[in-house]
Design a protein around this ligand. Structure first.
Ligand code: ATP
Length: 257
């Protein structure tokens, strides 16, 4: 479908189209489409823009990824369909590994996602032939790579579910999440919850990383100064402020039939 650029919600419609195409290509599962809908509802409430608290969390995320020993970007079907280039660019900017990690895992889908990321410029992508497990998770959701997620110290998990976020935190990792729902178990459990839309958050983290790359002491200072509770509080306060400011339209309503 060709979406006119003049449409007031152009960016959101493009994201929908990318996901539907990702579903047709066997990269996105139907559950992923539902997750996107939930995210969109929150994005609407936030005004479909990156908030000031999200920028603070994105800068802290950039600082943590840059100063990590073994940073890993975890990628699922939705992230691969929505932002493969952004993932590849961020991985290069912070010298992180990329690992495909799926909730609804099939080897064929892992393979297709690896291909999609490689086509978008990602260098080495882990995912096929996992050789380790995340403790505390059952079935295929636990599968990962010793060289990747298993031994990572800082992990970025876009659009992750709460259980896995919690399991990674329990392993002692610093977990950075990207999730538009500030109340999700993921946002509540992550070490650095970024409450922003994925395709805005990834380039923003990359921009901060490129700025901080030449000043690692400053990156360490930013990582230390980050206040998780204060940041989530500010996000919820912003949401409350926006909702209180919404006034019903004064125009006459459409006639009821
Ligand atoms: P949890 O287990 O953490 O409580 P959940 O059950 O809602 O959350 P999922 O159904 O896996 O977990 O949904 C993933 C989350 O991703 C949702 O909370 C949704 O708000 C968020 N999300 C979906 N699409 C985007 C997007 N494009 N950008 C940012 N967040 C998104």
């Amino acid at each position: 479908m060709k979406i006119p650029k003049s449409h007031p919600r152009y960016a959101s419609l493009v994201r929908r189209e990318r996901l539907v195409q990702g579903w047709r290509d066997g990269i996105v599962v139907p559950e992923g489409l539902i997750a996107q809908g939930r995210g969109e509802a929150f994005d609407y409430l936030f005004g479909e823009e990156t908030t000031a608290p999200a920028l603070v969390a994105e800068k802290a995320a950039a600082a943590l990824l840059l100063t990590a020993e073994r940073p890993v970007l975890s990628v699922n079907g939705n992230a691969a369909a929505l932002a493969p280039k952004e993932v590849a660019r961020l991985a290069r900017a912070v010298s992180a590994r990329i690992e495909v990690n799926l909730f609804h895992r099939t080897e064929a889908r892992v393979g297709r996602i690896v291909k999609r990321l490689a086509a978008a410029g990602a260098r080495e992508v882990l995912g096929p032939r996992p050789d380790a497990r995340i403790p505390g998770l059952e079935s295929k959701r636990a599968l990962c790579h010793r060289e990747g997620l298993y031994s990572a110290d800082v992990v970025l998990v876009p659009l992750e579910d709460g259980d896995r976020t919690e399991a990674l935190v329990r392993m002692g990792k610093t977990v950075i999440s990207i999730d538009l729902n500030p109340l999700s178990r993921t946002s509540q459990r992550a070490s650095v919850p970024i409450v922003d839309e994925l395709t805005r958050a990834l380039p923003s983290i990359e921009r901060f990383a490129r700025e901080l790359r030449t000043d690692l002491p400053e990156a360490r200072r930013i990582a230390r100064a980050y206040d998780r509770r204060g940041n989530l509080r500010a996000t919820l306060d912003f949401l409350g402020w926006r909702l209180r400011g919404v006034k019903p339209k004064a125009d006459r309503p459409a006639r009821l039939r």
